[in-house]
Design a protein around this ligand. Structure first.
Ligand code: SF4
Length: 491
């Protein structure tokens, strides 16, 4: 059935393209064109209002993705993964590890907001699109793992850098932290609060799967002081849920969201678009359902097919319906943009539509985390990844060593590129702040790139700031690749 929907959608698009006359995009011409389409042949199965909406969406797509000339898109394809990835970090060697340990012995004088991220690498099963270094939980593993995790947290907590740092957020991430029992979750949170300087206005967020929460657990988390659940919903369509190996049905996901709200918890959900079998119609319903459920925020990700994942294999062998092309994918993004905007959500971070005021504060740029396979460590000029699997992580900690497997000491060029990544999370780059850190303005550090992006209409610059334009927002991944790897970027 989903394949048929994709085919129908595409056929209807082709009909519209053939009928479509005007090249201009002014409102008058658009209105005439809509009028014309209403009076011409309309596919029987579709109402005229649907067709009008579709026409407008196609126009929006063209307007949002094309250059001023309306003839060639800013890029051929969207880059997905942020350009700085842990996959590229070098393996740790004794010298770099020692530099990191020396750094941890210094006082923290930076004013960056900080997040503490204990990491639970286990899941009950593997979603077929998942490229995270997770493990399927085995009996009796959790207790041993949690005791090693606490030892690792303690090792960091006893360093001077961490003793002189205040953390604004505790984020239980992974994997699926929700597979911990209520008691284990609360014990881990209170361990963090006892051993680290946690700000009074701190936020506590717990990530997890919708099938892991019952009323009792939600109540206990709320009473402890958890502020937010981050739930990997992905889609409310049961057919698509099955295709990507999600464990429960949409009804259960919806019930969990409602129950969490009743307990006073905020709910942020992950939604994925351009999944196999998910056309624009299915995606529109997903977005609409999120709005109806009144979630506080939704992170909308286009599916990234990674080599080695089950989904990559299934798509290659035709075991799943095909995904939409670049145009279909961008349309889905614009659909989410329109629907969430109309419902009062604002865009923030890299993929988020939110109504949470805290989501619009300066984000935590320093992340102290630990756990088997944890890959988001970022302290000072160091970025790090922890050892995996869990057994190796536990053994390393029990030998009294920091459980690090990859460690990157960022160069000044890297640091400059990373500061430009603020655009990726929809924040402006303050030019004077850039100059204070690196001794030159962004226009001096990235002259060619900035000229190119400005000419394409993707960024705008004034005396104080550099920020994305509306068009740049659609292509923000590509914009950031330009700054991260100016020499080798070709798409
Ligand atoms: S629950 Fe999350 S971390 Fe676990 S396999 Fe699925 S997507 Fe990956």
């Amino acid at each position: 059935m989903p394949e048929a929907l994709i085919a129908e959608d595409f056929k209807s698009y082709k009909t519209l393209k053939q009928e479509s006359a005007p090249q201009e995009t002014s409102k008058g011409i658009l209105a005439k064109s809509v009028e014309k389409k209403q009076s011409t042949k309309i596919p029987r199965a579709r109402s005229s209002s649907n067709l009008v909406k579709k026409t407008i969406r196609r126009r929006n797509y063209k307007r949002m993705t094309n250059k001023h000339t309306e003839t060639s898109p800013a890029y051929e394809k969207t880059m997905h993964w942020p350009p700085y990835t842990y996959r590229d970090y070098p393996e740790v060697v004794p010298e770099t590890l020692q530099t990191f340990i020396d750094f941890l012995g210094t006082e923290n004088t930076s004013s960056e907001r900080k997040e503490l991220q204990p990491w639970i690498p286990f899941c009950t099963l593997k979603c077929n699109f998942c490229y995270f270094p997770t493990e399927i939980i085995a009996n009796n593993k959790m207790g041993k793992y949690l005791s090693a995790l606490k030892k690792s947290l303690k090792m960091y907590a006893e360093t001077k850098y961490v003793k002189t740092s205040e953390f604004s957020e505790i984020y239980l991430a992974g994997g699926t932290p929700s597979i911990m029992s209520t008691e284990q979750t609360i014990d881990l949170l209170s361990f963090c609060e006892k051993n680290f300087d946690i700000s009074e206005e701190r936020e506590i967020k717990v990530t997890g799967c919708t099938h892991d929460f019952d009323y009792k657990k939600l109540k206990a988390l709320s009473e402890y002081g958890v502020d937010q659940l981050d739930l990997g919903v992905q889609t409310f369509d049961d057919d698509v849920r099955k295709l990507v190996n999600l464990r429960d049905k949409a009804k259960n996901a919806e019930e969990t969201i409602k129950a969490a709200h009743k307990m006073g918890l905020r709910v942020s959900i992950d939604l994925m678009y351009n999944l196999p079998g998910q056309n624009l119609k299915v995606w529109s319903k997903d977005v609409q359902r999120a709005v109806e459920l009144n979630v506080e925020s939704a992170d909308c990700y286009a599916l990234d097919v990674y080599p080695g994942t089950k989904i990559a294999q299934q798509l290659q062998y035709g075991d799943l319906p095909p995904r939409g092309n670049q145009e279909a994918e961008t349309e889905m993004y614009l659909e989410a943009d329109n629907t969430f905007k109309a419902a009062g959500y604002e865009k923030t971070c890299h993929n988020r539509f939110s109504r949470i005021p805290e989501d619009f504060q300066e984000p935590c740029m320093e992340v102290l985390g630990t756990g088997a396979g944890f890959f988001m460590g970022n302290l000072g000029k160091f970025s790090y990844v922890d050892i995996a699997p869990a057994e190796a992580y536990i053994d390393t900690i029990n030998c009294g060593k920091f459980p690090i497997s990859k460690l990157s000491v960022n160069s000044v060029d890297n640091e400059m590129g990373k500061m430009m990544m603020r655009l990726y999370i929809r924040l402006p780059v303050n030019k004077q702040e850039f100059k204070r850190r690196f001794g030159k303005l962004p226009e001096e550090a990235f002259e060619t790139t900035i000229n190119k992006l400005e000419k394409k209409g993707l960024i705008e610059i004034d005396e104080q700031e550099i920020r994305l334009t509306k068009l740049g927002d659609v292509w923000r991944y590509n914009v950031c690749w330009e700054f991260a790897r100016p020499q080798e970027y070709t798409p």
